[in-house]
Design a protein around this ligand. Structure first.
Ligand SMILES: [Zn+2]
Length: 161
């Protein structure tokens, strides 16, 4: 199980604390979950959900058919093991129906945020926290966080910043 020590280290390096949460900074899939890439013992490149990797690296176990759920903060990018627990896919889906899926909020955020004038957005997105940004547009904090991150990455690539 020495591999999990490496996982822990790289999960830590690719995330940052935010309140009680630890938020994933690496790649993200279309459902808003972090993607953790690793090389298995046969030298094959593989990937697993970052929250699942964090759960397993912290000593958590999954029975067949179980998934790792966010039982405390409901933030798909949180990899804090204390916020994660094993559960069934059905429990996960029931919960997502109640809390609203990240994907839906993401779409909503794009529509609302993109309706704003680009120069205003540029000024606003520079230093604002995800929480304030979410409040401003009436969207989920997770969606706001995602949007801001993409925005900053794009700005950095185009040399805008
Ligand atoms: Zn959390």
């Amino acid at each position: 199980m020495s591999g999990f020590a490496d996982w822990k280290q790289s999960l830590r390096q690719r995330s940052h604390p935010e309140g009680d949460c630890r938020i994933w900074d690496g790649p993200i899939n279309n459902d808003g979950y972090g993607v953790f890439n690793y090389v298995d013992s046969f030298g094959r490149r593989r990937s697993v959900g970052a929250h699942k990797a964090a759960f397993l690296a912290a000593g958590g176990t999954l029975r067949p058919g179980e998934v790792v759920r966010h039982i405390v903060c409901h933030r798909t990018l949180c990899i804090e093991p204390k916020h994660l627990a094993a559960g069934t896919q059905k429990e996960n889906l029931d919960e997502r129906k109640i809390t609203g899926t990240w994907a839906r909020r993401g779409v909503e955020s794009t529509a609302r945020v993109n309706a704003e004038r680009p120069e205003r957005l540029k000024a606003m997105a520079a230093g604002i926290s995800a929480r304030d940004f979410a409040a401003k547009f009436g969207i989920g904090e997770n969606a706001a966080f995602q949007w801001l991150r993409r925005w900053r990455l794009r700005s950095a690539e185009s040399g805008d910043n």
